[in-house]
Design a protein around this ligand. Structure first.
Ligand SMILES: Nc1ncnc2c1ncn2[C@@H]1O[C@H](COP(=O)(O)OP(=O)(O)OP(=O)(O)O)[C@@H](O)[C@H]1O
Ligand SMILES: [Mg+2]
Length: 144
């Protein structure tokens, strides 16, 4: 699916549609790879998704901590895990944060920015490709 958005409100609607397609799997976490340049909107898209799942905390970019875990209540998933691989130099850094356990738990929804930085340890995942078109215009392509 390919969308064009011209505002944060439209991006929120796209996030809404996307979330309605997300169902837990039998054999591990649902993993969403967020691809796109600096400022394309990966963190913003994650914030929209967190809001839909009822996360009340402020979702900020985990650039320095790499990973943040939010507990969800009354949802199909029990945890929303936001990863930012931008500063990762070796995939082992993510393995040290319990990556294998996280990805094998069907209750987890994992959103990972810069997944190409850890491509060697990325399991099969949904790809969300964001691109900056102009000012507030963004293209969002989702490949399930
Ligand atoms: N239509 C839109 N959809 C999403 N974000 C938009 C839109 N228009 C403007 N923006 C703005 O674009 C910026 C996107 O920044 P964001 O931090 O989400 O990017 P990012 O892809 O996570 O970058 P980084 O690689 O640095 O982590 C935000 O300031 C957001 O408000
Ligand atoms: Mg970001």
């Amino acid at each position: 699916m390919k969308y064009t958005t011209n505002s944060l409100e439209q991006t929120q609607k796209i996030a809404n549609d996307f979330v309605s397609t997300l169902l837990p799997k039998q054999n591990g976490a649902v993993i969403v790879g967020l691809y796109g340049d600096l400022g394309a909107g990966k963190t913003t898209f994650t914030q929209h998704i967190a809001k839909i799942f009822g996360v009340e905390e402020t979702v900020t970019s985990p650039t320095f901590v790499i990973e943040k875990i939010y507990e969800l209540a009354g949802q199909n998933f029990t945890h929303l895990i936001h990863v930012d691989a931008y500063r990762i130099e070796k995939s082992e850094e993510l393995l040290h944060l319990g990556w294998h356990d996280i990805i094998s738990d069907s209750h987890n929804l994992i959103l990972i920015e810069w997944p190409e930085r850890v491509a060697d340890i990325m399991p099969e995942h949904i790809k969300v490709n964001l691109s900056h078109v102009f000012e507030s215009s963004r293209e969002i392509e989702i490949t399930l």
